[in-house]
Write a protein that binds this ligand. Structure first.
Ligand SMILES: O=C(O)[C@@H](CO)OP(=O)(O)O
Length: 251
Protein backbone atom coordinates (compact mmCIF):
# COMPACT_ATOMS: atom_id res chain seq x y z
CA UNK A 1 0.00 0.00 0.00
CA UNK A 2 1.38 3.41 -0.91
CA UNK A 3 0.05 6.89 -0.29
CA UNK A 4 -3.23 8.70 0.01
CA UNK A 5 -4.20 11.77 -1.97
CA UNK A 6 -6.93 14.27 -1.12
CA UNK A 7 -7.94 16.63 -3.91
CA UNK A 8 -9.82 19.67 -2.65
CA UNK A 9 -11.33 22.38 -4.81
CA UNK A 10 -11.57 25.75 -3.02
CA UNK A 11 -14.81 26.76 -1.29
CA UNK A 12 -17.32 29.00 -3.07
CA UNK A 13 -15.56 32.12 -4.36
CA UNK A 14 -17.08 35.57 -4.88
CA UNK A 15 -17.04 34.98 -8.63
CA UNK A 16 -18.55 31.48 -8.28
CA UNK A 17 -21.37 33.30 -6.50
CA UNK A 18 -21.60 35.95 -9.24
CA UNK A 19 -21.12 33.22 -11.87
CA UNK A 20 -18.21 34.87 -13.65
CA UNK A 21 -15.28 33.25 -15.49
CA UNK A 22 -12.46 33.45 -12.98
CA UNK A 23 -9.27 31.69 -14.11
CA UNK A 24 -6.21 33.48 -12.70
CA UNK A 25 -8.11 36.43 -11.17
CA UNK A 26 -7.34 36.29 -7.45
CA UNK A 27 -10.81 36.48 -5.93
CA UNK A 28 -11.43 35.39 -2.35
CA UNK A 29 -13.91 32.87 -0.96
CA UNK A 30 -17.32 33.96 0.35
CA UNK A 31 -18.68 33.36 3.89
CA UNK A 32 -20.35 30.22 2.48
CA UNK A 33 -16.99 29.17 0.99
CA UNK A 34 -15.46 29.45 4.48
CA UNK A 35 -18.19 27.25 5.92
CA UNK A 36 -17.61 24.73 3.12
CA UNK A 37 -13.88 24.64 3.92
CA UNK A 38 -14.65 24.07 7.62
CA UNK A 39 -17.00 21.24 6.68
CA UNK A 40 -14.27 19.68 4.51
CA UNK A 41 -11.89 19.81 7.48
CA UNK A 42 -14.48 18.12 9.71
CA UNK A 43 -15.07 15.34 7.16
CA UNK A 44 -11.32 14.67 6.93
CA UNK A 45 -11.01 14.73 10.70
CA UNK A 46 -13.88 12.23 11.08
CA UNK A 47 -11.96 9.87 8.79
CA UNK A 48 -8.92 10.20 11.06
CA UNK A 49 -6.87 11.52 8.14
CA UNK A 50 -3.43 12.80 9.07
CA UNK A 51 -1.90 15.02 6.42
CA UNK A 52 1.87 14.77 5.84
CA UNK A 53 2.19 17.54 3.28
CA UNK A 54 0.04 19.96 1.33
CA UNK A 55 0.31 21.54 -2.10
CA UNK A 56 -1.62 24.62 -3.17
CA UNK A 57 -1.86 27.10 -6.03
CA UNK A 58 -0.83 30.73 -5.62
CA UNK A 59 -4.45 31.96 -5.66
CA UNK A 60 -6.04 33.03 -2.38
CA UNK A 61 -9.30 31.10 -2.80
CA UNK A 62 -7.33 27.84 -2.68
CA UNK A 63 -4.84 29.06 -0.07
CA UNK A 64 -7.56 30.25 2.32
CA UNK A 65 -9.53 27.04 1.80
CA UNK A 66 -6.39 25.09 2.70
CA UNK A 67 -5.78 27.20 5.83
CA UNK A 68 -9.35 26.80 7.06
CA UNK A 69 -9.41 23.06 6.33
CA UNK A 70 -6.08 22.45 8.09
CA UNK A 71 -7.16 24.69 10.98
CA UNK A 72 -10.33 22.66 11.45
CA UNK A 73 -8.15 19.53 11.55
CA UNK A 74 -5.64 21.19 13.92
CA UNK A 75 -2.92 20.35 11.39
CA UNK A 76 -1.85 23.87 10.33
CA UNK A 77 1.79 22.93 10.94
CA UNK A 78 2.14 20.62 7.92
CA UNK A 79 4.64 21.67 5.24
CA UNK A 80 2.92 23.49 2.37
CA UNK A 81 4.31 24.07 -1.12
CA UNK A 82 2.75 26.80 -3.26
CA UNK A 83 2.95 26.59 -7.03
CA UNK A 84 1.41 28.46 -9.96
CA UNK A 85 1.36 25.09 -11.74
CA UNK A 86 -1.72 24.23 -9.65
CA UNK A 87 -3.54 27.46 -10.57
CA UNK A 88 -6.93 27.37 -12.25
CA UNK A 89 -6.76 27.20 -16.04
CA UNK A 90 -6.18 30.70 -17.42
CA UNK A 91 -9.52 31.73 -18.93
CA UNK A 92 -7.99 34.35 -21.25
CA UNK A 93 -10.28 37.13 -22.47
CA UNK A 94 -13.28 35.42 -20.82
CA UNK A 95 -12.01 36.27 -17.31
CA UNK A 96 -14.48 38.54 -15.53
CA UNK A 97 -17.38 37.86 -17.90
CA UNK A 98 -20.66 36.60 -16.51
CA UNK A 99 -21.26 33.00 -17.72
CA UNK A 100 -25.05 33.17 -18.42
CA UNK A 101 -24.60 36.52 -20.21
CA UNK A 102 -21.79 35.02 -22.28
CA UNK A 103 -24.04 32.04 -23.10
CA UNK A 104 -26.88 34.39 -24.11
CA UNK A 105 -24.46 36.31 -26.38
CA UNK A 106 -22.41 33.49 -27.96
CA UNK A 107 -24.73 30.50 -27.38
CA UNK A 108 -24.67 27.75 -24.77
CA UNK A 109 -22.88 25.38 -27.17
CA UNK A 110 -19.99 27.79 -27.60
CA UNK A 111 -19.75 28.35 -23.85
CA UNK A 112 -19.79 24.58 -23.29
CA UNK A 113 -16.89 24.24 -25.77
CA UNK A 114 -14.95 26.98 -23.98
CA UNK A 115 -15.67 25.50 -20.56
CA UNK A 116 -15.42 21.78 -21.12
CA UNK A 117 -13.87 20.79 -24.48
CA UNK A 118 -10.46 19.22 -23.96
CA UNK A 119 -8.42 21.22 -26.40
CA UNK A 120 -10.26 24.37 -27.47
CA UNK A 121 -8.69 27.35 -25.68
CA UNK A 122 -10.70 30.45 -24.77
CA UNK A 123 -9.99 33.69 -26.68
CA UNK A 124 -6.55 34.86 -25.49
CA UNK A 125 -6.02 37.83 -23.17
CA UNK A 126 -4.32 40.77 -24.92
CA UNK A 127 -0.59 41.09 -24.15
CA UNK A 128 -1.15 44.68 -22.94
CA UNK A 129 -4.07 43.75 -20.64
CA UNK A 130 -3.68 45.10 -17.09
CA UNK A 131 -4.44 41.59 -15.83
CA UNK A 132 -1.56 39.99 -17.78
CA UNK A 133 0.29 37.65 -15.36
CA UNK A 134 3.62 39.20 -16.43
CA UNK A 135 2.54 42.35 -14.50
CA UNK A 136 1.93 40.38 -11.29
CA UNK A 137 4.84 40.19 -8.82
CA UNK A 138 3.98 36.64 -7.76
CA UNK A 139 4.98 35.37 -11.24
CA UNK A 140 8.17 37.43 -11.54
CA UNK A 141 10.52 34.42 -11.55
CA UNK A 142 8.69 32.68 -14.38
CA UNK A 143 9.90 33.35 -17.92
CA UNK A 144 7.30 35.51 -19.62
CA UNK A 145 6.89 33.05 -22.51
CA UNK A 146 5.80 30.37 -20.02
CA UNK A 147 3.02 32.50 -18.54
CA UNK A 148 -0.36 31.66 -20.08
CA UNK A 149 -2.81 34.23 -21.46
CA UNK A 150 -5.50 31.61 -22.07
CA UNK A 151 -5.50 27.82 -21.66
CA UNK A 152 -7.54 24.83 -22.79
CA UNK A 153 -7.76 21.88 -20.39
CA UNK A 154 -5.09 20.20 -22.51
CA UNK A 155 -2.72 23.17 -22.00
CA UNK A 156 -3.54 23.12 -18.27
CA UNK A 157 -2.68 19.42 -18.13
CA UNK A 158 0.62 20.14 -19.90
CA UNK A 159 1.74 22.40 -17.03
CA UNK A 160 0.13 20.46 -14.16
CA UNK A 161 1.44 17.02 -15.11
CA UNK A 162 5.21 17.67 -15.00
CA UNK A 163 4.71 19.31 -11.58
CA UNK A 164 2.57 16.38 -10.43
CA UNK A 165 5.22 13.88 -11.52
CA UNK A 166 8.21 15.75 -10.10
CA UNK A 167 6.83 17.19 -6.85
CA UNK A 168 3.78 15.21 -5.74
CA UNK A 169 4.12 11.62 -6.99
CA UNK A 170 7.38 10.89 -5.09
CA UNK A 171 5.67 11.69 -1.79
CA UNK A 172 2.77 9.35 -2.59
CA UNK A 173 5.20 6.62 -3.57
CA UNK A 174 6.90 7.16 -0.21
CA UNK A 175 3.55 6.45 1.47
CA UNK A 176 2.62 9.97 2.53
CA UNK A 177 -0.88 11.43 2.83
CA UNK A 178 -1.03 14.47 0.56
CA UNK A 179 -3.61 17.25 0.41
CA UNK A 180 -3.78 19.24 -2.84
CA UNK A 181 -5.91 22.40 -2.60
CA UNK A 182 -6.58 23.70 -6.08
CA UNK A 183 -9.25 24.55 -8.65
CA UNK A 184 -12.00 22.99 -10.75
CA UNK A 185 -9.92 22.62 -13.88
CA UNK A 186 -6.47 21.94 -12.43
CA UNK A 187 -8.17 19.15 -10.45
CA UNK A 188 -9.96 17.91 -13.60
CA UNK A 189 -6.52 17.67 -15.26
CA UNK A 190 -5.16 15.57 -12.35
CA UNK A 191 -8.27 13.33 -12.30
CA UNK A 192 -8.03 12.78 -16.07
CA UNK A 193 -4.46 11.60 -15.58
CA UNK A 194 -5.14 9.41 -12.53
CA UNK A 195 -8.30 7.79 -13.91
CA UNK A 196 -6.97 7.44 -17.45
CA UNK A 197 -10.08 9.27 -18.71
CA UNK A 198 -10.48 9.92 -22.43
CA UNK A 199 -10.76 13.45 -23.86
CA UNK A 200 -14.46 12.69 -24.34
CA UNK A 201 -15.05 11.45 -20.79
CA UNK A 202 -13.37 14.42 -19.11
CA UNK A 203 -15.86 16.84 -20.72
CA UNK A 204 -18.58 15.42 -18.42
CA UNK A 205 -16.63 15.83 -15.18
CA UNK A 206 -17.51 18.75 -12.87
CA UNK A 207 -15.85 19.21 -9.50
CA UNK A 208 -17.97 20.60 -6.62
CA UNK A 209 -16.49 23.21 -4.26
CA UNK A 210 -14.69 22.06 -1.10
CA UNK A 211 -15.66 18.38 -1.20
CA UNK A 212 -12.65 16.18 -0.36
CA UNK A 213 -11.93 13.62 -3.10
CA UNK A 214 -9.82 10.83 -1.60
CA UNK A 215 -7.64 8.47 -3.67
CA UNK A 216 -5.80 5.50 -2.20
CA UNK A 217 -2.93 4.05 -4.18
CA UNK A 218 -1.34 0.62 -4.46
CA UNK A 219 2.05 -0.36 -5.86
CA UNK A 220 3.29 1.72 -8.81
CA UNK A 221 0.60 4.26 -7.95
CA UNK A 222 -2.28 2.22 -9.27
CA UNK A 223 -5.57 3.64 -7.99
CA UNK A 224 -7.04 1.25 -5.36
CA UNK A 225 -10.12 3.33 -4.71
CA UNK A 226 -11.50 6.82 -5.06
CA UNK A 227 -14.39 8.47 -3.24
CA UNK A 228 -15.82 11.83 -2.29
CA UNK A 229 -16.39 12.37 1.44
CA UNK A 230 -19.90 13.51 2.31
CA UNK A 231 -23.48 13.02 1.26
CA UNK A 232 -23.63 11.43 -2.22
CA UNK A 233 -26.89 13.08 -3.33
CA UNK A 234 -25.71 16.54 -2.20
CA UNK A 235 -22.36 16.05 -3.98
CA UNK A 236 -24.08 14.98 -7.22
CA UNK A 237 -26.39 18.02 -7.00
CA UNK A 238 -23.39 20.31 -6.44
CA UNK A 239 -21.54 18.86 -9.47
CA UNK A 240 -24.67 19.31 -11.61
CA UNK A 241 -24.95 22.92 -10.44
CA UNK A 242 -21.36 23.51 -11.62
CA UNK A 243 -22.23 21.98 -15.02
CA UNK A 244 -25.28 24.28 -15.28
CA UNK A 245 -23.28 27.46 -14.60
CA UNK A 246 -22.81 27.81 -18.35
CA UNK A 247 -26.53 27.84 -19.17
CA UNK A 248 -27.99 31.10 -20.49
CA UNK A 249 -30.83 31.16 -17.97
CA UNK A 250 -28.72 30.22 -14.95
CA UNK A 251 -28.96 32.91 -12.29
O1 LIG B 1 -14.36 30.30 -13.92
C1 LIG B 1 -13.48 29.47 -13.63
O2 LIG B 1 -12.30 29.78 -13.45
C2 LIG B 1 -13.87 27.99 -13.52
C3 LIG B 1 -14.00 27.55 -12.10
O3 LIG B 1 -14.83 28.39 -11.34
O4 LIG B 1 -15.09 27.83 -14.16
P1 LIG B 1 -15.61 26.67 -15.09
O5 LIG B 1 -16.33 25.69 -14.19
O6 LIG B 1 -16.56 27.40 -16.01
O7 LIG B 1 -14.47 26.06 -15.85
Amino acid sequence: MTGTLILLRHGQSQWNLENRFTGWVDVDITPLGRLEAEAAGRLLLEQGIQIDRAFVSVLKRAIRTLWITLDEMDQMWVPVEHSWKLNERHYGALQGLNKPETAAKYGEDQVLIWRRSFDTPPPMMAENDDGHPGKDRRYKNIPIEKLPVGESLSMTLDRVLPYWRAQIEPHLTAGETILVAAHGNSIRAIVKHLDGMSEEEITGLNIPTAVPLVYRFGEALTVLDKRYLGDTAAIEAAALAVANQGKANNE
